[in-house]
Write a protein that binds this ligand. Sequence first.
Ligand code: ZN
Ligand code: ZN
Ligand code: ZN
Length: 249
Amino acid sequence: MRIKFLGTGAAEGIPSFGCTCQRCRVARAEGGHNVRRRASLLIEAAGHRILLDTPPEISALLNQAEVFDLSAVLLSHEHFDHIGGLVEFEYWNRVLPIFAGYDVLPKLRLTPRLESRALLSGFYPHTWLHFGDLKVMPFKVIHHVPCYGFAFEETGTRVLHFSDSSPELGNLHRHLLAGADVAIFHTPTFEPYRSHISVQGVISLVQEYSLRRAVITHINHHNLLHEELVERVAPYGITVAYDGLTLEV
Ligand SMILES: [Zn+2]
Ligand SMILES: [Zn+2]
Ligand SMILES: [Zn+2]
């Protein structure tokens, strides 16, 4: 399985427009891994390519990654940084299967042309979607609005994506974590803040569950600079995603 991180920024991305904080200034001046477009990733396995979430800059992200075909789009939840670019698929030139939770579907805004091209499907949590030998299971996470994480499995390899999740986990999450090869977490901030898991929270999870590999993404401008983050989490075996990072699992 291949995981491609297209964008790795949280709600506003980095640099955040209108912001002159030190991290946004560094991102503007130096570019590199401190620039983070909003979070989206590709899972490639079993001859399929699945896009997870459609941030507002999705057309630029797909162009840059030279992605010209998709098996499906999965949507985690209704927040703008995750679905704001869905309408860009107005200009996608073929039929597009789009999957979202039944409680997320009513929140999606489609243009008439996109509606005629989209194969819109609802899913319930804990039911498997099949793409050849790649299986995907949506599971609920705690967030301000209905939100889904996803378990991706192919020939004994399991990748977990927690989407925008609070640090409160249930037994199902713990069970999934125990057998995961990679667990991806959205960590806007380094220290706990509101209902998102933090970098510190992921460090605790890695220790508690002896996770084989954890990756953090969906990072905002209140977090540390990329190099500082790498320095702080590398001792725990945690990977800091950056725009364009590809992982083979
Ligand atoms: Zn978000
Ligand atoms: Zn800033
Ligand atoms: Zn959210």
